[in-house]
Design a binder for this molecule. Structure first.
Ligand SMILES: Cc1cc2nc3c(=O)[nH]c(=O)nc-3n(C[C@H](O)[C@H](O)[C@H](O)COP(=O)(O)O)c2cc1C
Ligand code: SF4
Length: 513
């Protein structure tokens, strides 16, 4: 009998030795004359359990982890192929507390399927969204996305359906669908996990987008630092094309949609949508002045959808199960689910997909089990390097766009980086300005020059040189960056700086030895 054993192929699991574990399982099975079908799945996102090995049994999948190559012989001895006990046995995968309590819509198949198998994708509900979309008019598809309440998961939270409608409303001409997979925010990895664990979901979402707005060509702009995602995406695109889901006649509908992956240029600013378009055109990643919007004049001057990986990968389930199904998750104007990424000083880091509305405290303690250091949480940075620092006293804030905005924070791409009470917030404020100086595209003065002046000011504050005067100048500089920058890099750098100043003033007034 062929027993299915799953070992993740994603970058996190590989960095923790999943490749060696997979090889050891194959060797050991061969040595014992056992038939094992090894499937390289995506990660379930429970990083503290990686490499997580799963075995399919009649009762469901049994999980073992974290497994090292040295554990493999003892797993065979214990009878793990039948789901028998072993010190690394975690029980049935779906019963693991941190997984069971999630609400996985976008990540529903991640960890379950072979990421590059169209058959596996179909067997698990894949392409139901595209099939439905092909029976609808373009306007009906766009309307379903609008009605679902989906807002862009890349950071700006702009309603996806409205963006698509702008592209649809442009006269027939060459249009494009571009996927922003630059994923530059610190502590974020949702795009990567999706592309490595269920790339066909993204491919399906992009195909639906193309059919909805009349675009025949799609590009995935993938950060060059994701070689495993690159390989998996290309394998999945080839499989989709071979099965008739991409190409000149998608599923015999007469509609055309092609897809290619383009590697990024290694700069944070290339994630900003107009910079990304410049980079896709083969130019230096520099921000374009808006208007015109990319939806009207985007890639090569043509109407273009620019959406984040998670936004596009949320579309198939909206089409398959209906806008109301999706909309029923969430709270207020934040509808659906959000894949949160827990990182930094955290005991149990990883990906948690939940409906909007759970609190930061629930995320950090119920899923993350507190800090890795065991020390008290002092601050969390939500939304990447330009997100605000939120103090421990505000951890009961709900994770939704409006609730975070009400406390001067933003959700961004859903990254949550935790700091304990040893963090130096003046150093973190300096770091935000230094980050801006290093990553600035140089197009506008407040960001190009102001960020460097900001680092110098912070150095004087930290060294207690004319401190109060320099702190005032930092505040004024933040005001200039906020109101005078051409894009969000300069425009959001004040968030970490000002929140650090507001909630942790004592760190800026330490005695210099
Ligand atoms: C400096 C900067 C960096 C950005 N980096 C990313 C990124 O890595 N990935 C992303 O999807 N969006 C990024 N964005 C947001 C994009 O400009 C854009 O809003 C997004 O790709 C639109 O897709 P969505 O509506 O699906 O979120 C960035 C924005 C700024 C200002
Ligand atoms: S704010 Fe910075 S990154 Fe953005 S356009 Fe201006 S110089 Fe470029």
């Amino acid at each position: 009998m062929n027993i299915k054993v799953y070992v993740p192929r994603d970058a996190t699991a590989l960095s923790l030795g999943a490749g060696r574990v997979a090889a050891a399982i194959e060797r050991e099975a061969q040595r014992r004359g056992l038939q094992v079908q090894l499937i390289r799945n995506g990660s379930r996102g429970l990083f503290w359990l990686e490499p997580l090995v799963e075995v399919a049994t009649a009762a469901g999948r049994h999980a073992y982890g974290p497994v090292s190559a040295q554990d493999v012989a003892s797993l065979f001895d214990a009878g793990f192929l039948e789901g028998r006990p072993h010190p690394l046995h975690l029980g049935l995968t779906e019963e693991i507390k941190e997984l069971k309590s999630q609400q996985r819509l976008t990540f529903a198949r991640v960890g379950i399927v072979d990421p590059v198998s169209v058959d596996d994708y179909l067997a698990n509900g894949g392409y139901a969204g595209l099939s439905r979309a092909l029976s609808m008019s373009p306007a009906e598809i766009v309307d379903a996305v609008t009605q679902s309440g989906l807002r862009g998961r890349g950071g700006a939270a702009f309603p996806t359906g409205i963006k698509w409608k702008t592209v649809l409303d442009q006269p027939p001409q060459q249009k494009y669908v571009t996927c922003n997979a630059d994923e530059g925010d610190s502590g974020t990895f949702a795009d990567r996990l999706l592309m490595e664990g269920d790339p066909l979901m993204l491919i399906e979402g992009m195909t639906i987008a193309g059919i909805a707005v009349g675009a025949t060509q799609g590009y995935i702009y993938l950060r060059a630092e994701y070689p495993h995602a690159h390989r998996t995406l290309n394998e999945a695109i080839a499989a989709a094309r071979a099965a008739g889901y991409l190409g000149p006649n998608v599923l015999g509908s007469g509609k055309q949609f092609e897809l290619e992956v383009r590697l990024g240029a290694g700069a944070y600013i290339c994630g900003e949508e107009t910079s990304m378009l410049e980079s896709l055109e083969g130019k230096r990643g520099e921000v374009r002045v808006r208007p015109p919007l990319p939806a009207i004049k985007g890639l090569f001057g043509q109407p273009t959808i620019v959406n984040n990986v998670i936004s596009l990968a949320s579309v198939p389930v909206i089409l398959a199960k209906g806008a109301d199904f999706y909309k029923n998750f969430g709270t207020g104007r934040s509808r659906g689910t959000i894949p949160l990424q827990l990182a930094g000083n955290i005991k149990r880091g990883g990906l948690i997909e939940r409906a909007f509305g759970l609190t930061l405290r629930e995320l950090i303690y119920d899923y993350g089990a507190g800090t890795a250091s065991g020390r008290p949480v002092r601050a969390v940075q939500v939304g990447g390097p330009l997100g605000a620092y939120i103090p421990e006293s505000q951890l009961d804030t709900a994770i939704d766009y409006e609730a975070l905005s009400a406390i001067g924070a933003l959700l961004g791409h859903g990254g949550v980086v935790v700091f304990d009470d040893t963090v130096d917030m003046a150093g973190m404020a300096r770091y935000a300005l230094e980050f801006c100086a290093k990553e600035s595209c140089g197009k506008c003065t407040p960001c190009r020059i102001g960020s460097t002046r900001g680092v110098e000011l912070m150095d004087r504050v930290i060294a207690n040189i004319d401190r109060e005067r320099n702190l005032q100048l930092v505040e004024e500089l933040c005001d200039t960056l906020l109101h005078g920058s051409l894009c969000g890099l300069g425009g959001m750098t004040p968030f970490p700086v000002q929140s650090a100043l507001k909630y942790f003033p004592e760190d800026f007034r330490k005695t210099v030895q």
